[in-house]
Design a protein around this ligand. Structure first.
Ligand code: FES
Length: 162
């Protein structure tokens, strides 16, 4: 996978905006991750300097919170539930279908950085099983056709259209 280039100007302006806040580190990291899809490791030092912290402290927070990533992720992160409620309602076949449609294995990101495919223990919406989330949006009562139409909304061409 090619290396992403960082928009240093954009990173600088996020740091500039957030460094005035007293508890700015987490919101700053969230904003950087939202903008870039991950926390560029090269950004740790300038972030730490701006907030008067050690780089190791910033690194520690990134490592501690599972939501932060140091590797580039896709613009759309798909999280498929592998919890029991979803499992009994066919969650596994939904995951298999997604893997095939996207050509990705668990944890992988597409070459064009559009999609990352992950699984989670439970999305907390078991009554909608089987479920998945794309970024912050929930999708429930999934079936393969429903998954296809959701993916199409996110710019995924259907296999048969290719
Ligand atoms: S088991 Fe899937 S949302 Fe809870």
């Amino acid at each position: 996978m090619g290396k992403k280039t960082i928009d240093w100007e954009r990173l600088g302006s996020i740091i500039e905006e957030r460094k005035k806040e007293k508890w700015g580190l987490i919101p700053l990291l969230q904003e950087v991750q939202e903008e870039f899809g991950y926390i560029p490791p090269e950004g740790i030092k300038p972030i730490a300097e701006a907030l008067g912290l050690y780089p190791s402290q910033v690194q520690g927070v990134i490592t501690f919170y599972a939501g932060f990533a140091l590797e580039p992720k896709g613009k759309y992160v798909i999280r498929v539930c592998r919890g029991t409620a979803c499992h009994v309602k066919g969650g596994r076949s939904i995951f298999r279908y997604l893997k095939r449609e996207l050509g990705l294995e668990e944890g992988q990101t597409s070459e064009d950085y559009r999609f990352t495919l992950e699984t989670v223990a439970c999305l907390g919406a078991c009554f909608l099983a089987p479920t998945m989330m794309i970024n912050r949006t929930y999708y429930g009562k999934l079936s393969p056709p429903k998954v296809s139409s959701v993916l199409a909304q996110y710019g995924k061409e259907r296999m048969e259209d290719k």
